[in-house]
Every structure is written in C-alpha cells, then in structure tokens.
Design a protein around this ligand. Sequence first.
Ligand code: ADP
Ligand code: MG
Length: 363
Amino acid sequence: MAGIDIEGLATVYPNGVRAVDGLDLTVAHGEFFALLGPSGCGKTTLLRTIAGLEPASEGTVRIDSADVTRLEPGKRGVAMVFQDYALFPHMTVSENITYPLKVRRVAPATRTAVAERTSGELSLQGLLERRPGQLSGGQQQRVALARAIASKGKVLLLDEPLSNLDARLRLEARTFLKKLQKDLGITTVFVTHDQAEALALADRIAVMQSGKLRQLGSPREVFARPANTFVANFIGSTPMNLLTGSVASGGSVSIAGGSLPAATGSVPVGAEVTVGVRPEYLTLSIGDVSGPSIRGSVVVAENLGTQSLVSVECDGTLIGVTVPEEDEPDPGATVVLTASESRVLLYDKESGELLARQPAPVG
Ligand code: ADP
Ligand code: MG
C-alpha cells in the first residue's frame, strides 16, 4: 500500500531555519491529502523533504512502508508538480510529458503511446506537438500533471498547482483534479495556502503553522471543530467569531452582554475563555427567543451571493452572522442571536487550544 508515514520529521536549512519542526503524520493509500497553512509555514519544504529534494535533518519518511529517508529522489517512486510547473520550453508537450521515461531509457514507441494516453486523460488531445509557450496557463498546468502521472510514481506531490491560474480557471482545474485523482486512485499530497481549495479537494487536511502541525482532520472536522484559535482563524471564508467570555452556570457562557449555550465540561464557572462560533452556525431572529441569547443591533450587511453576512453590535462587540439573502435585516434593527450548544466552542484564553470534551459536531 503506497501510503506515506512521517515520523519526528525535521528539516533545518543551513541558515538554521527549522522549516519543518518535528512532524508526525500518515497519508493513507489512495488518499487526497492537503497540506494547508500560511505562506512560509513550511509546506514546500515538507513536500521537498518527502520527495528527497531536501535532506531530512531528523526523523523518517516511509513510502509504501519502505524507509526512504536517505534514498535519492529518483528512487522514491514519487512524482512532483512544482508551483511554476517547470516545463522545458524548448520541448514539445509530448516530449515534456515523456521526459521522465526518456531519462529511464524507455523505448520511443512506448513513450509515444504513453503521451497519447496521458494527453487523453488530461484533455490535451491535439496539443502534443505544441511547445509550452503556445499553451494557456491551464493547459500548461495539465501538461505538468500529465508528466507527473506518466512517470508512474506511487505518490503524487503537488505544490500549489492551481495558484498560477486565474479564479475562474482555478475552479475548473480544481474539479478536474479531484476527478482525476479519484479515477487514478493515486496517493496525493497537495500543498495550498487556500483554505477553500483544501476544504473542497481533500479527504483530510493537515493545517501547519511555523513548521508544526496544528490540526489534522477531515474538511468537516477542521471547519466545524478547529482544534485551536489559529485553525479557527485560518479556516472558513467568513472568519469565525472569537469572543472573550466567561463560563456561566447551567451550561452556558456569558459573552457580549448576553449568553450562548455551551458544553462547559470541567471548565469552572467564572473562568474566562475565548468563545468561538462561526457566522454560519449563529441564528438571527427578530423578537424574543427562549434560552440563552445575545441581543444587538445590525450595523451592516454584506452580500455573499445566496447569503448575507450581517455584522451585529452586541454590547460594544461586533458579531458576524450569515442569513439567507431574503432574511437580511435592515441596518439599525434590533436582533437576537442564538446557537445550538454543539456549535459553541470554548478555547483556552492563553494557549488558544480547544477546551473540555465537547460533543462532536452534527452533520
Ligand atoms: P511555504 O511553502 O509554506 O510558503 P517554505 O517551505 O517555502 O514555506 O518555507 C518555510 C520556511 O523556510 C520559511 O521561513 C522560508 O523563508 C524558509 N526557507 C525556505 N527555503 C529556504 C532555503 N533554501 N534556505 C533557507 N531558508 C529557507
Ligand atoms: Mg511554498
């Protein structure tokens, strides 16, 4: 099974930067795995260390259960697509795609057959005799993918492969890539700084910060239950509300002049916490509601397409809540915010780590 096992991995550059700083993770066979994090957090370095292009300073990398930590890149069975595609400008598409096979002295007739088959899989038919300069960005990106796939690696490593495409093409390429990965069933590690891309594509996501793993989980888990405020801030198109509150009695937290239900677990009454609740998980009503709630007045509403992001001022604190566009309240309206207990997360005020054992998210 061509999975990847990473244990205690560190990559330290000669200048002393610990770009990968003690990582443990396992990528399952056939999995589409995303490495997500802000620029400079060590994603490319980790990918290059898996590929053998950077030497590991500590720890081990196993591919298909074999320890490859000291193996040269060409012998690891990995294929990598670089952020800038790294196509050879003087070669045709066909020559680019089959270059890794040429290096391995595969016969020309076989190479031609592979170029034809792969170009079909990647919608590059009719372009085999062109040079990269005669292709669109999206086509170049697919040639780079075709070259990686034609090399028959056990593992596909993709470094921000969609980041050079414009927004529209990026969406198309995303769908294409997801389908291709499922069709081929090849273990894939995909690097991106774009949380929406990671949520859309990946089976599981590793969120990185400063060379360390901050959370590993399915897109649903990292969205609904960020393990810390770093991940909470990083994931989601509309930022999570992170508010200072204190634990109240009866399974609730006091925030912004009101309260919300929360599984407070062993956190003592009166303790100060950071309360996290996504705008999507708050409900906005006009008029009284029963149970814990927060009252405020509407400041502004932003159109998100089918939804509106409404900013509500509650006792001097701004809270974001999304509502269906047809329910958008007028500025100045008095509204009440509620949430279900499972959607209200409590974080340690100092460390930012998720507190208490709270119920798993629904859905
Ligand atoms: P990402 O891909 O997440 O943007 P990188 O892996 O490129 O991050 O970089 C991680 C850290 O390592 C950054 O602080 C970066 O400046 C540093 N770094 C990257 N490449 C080198 C290098 N060749 N020599 C020294 N430091 C490097
Ligand atoms: Mg990078």
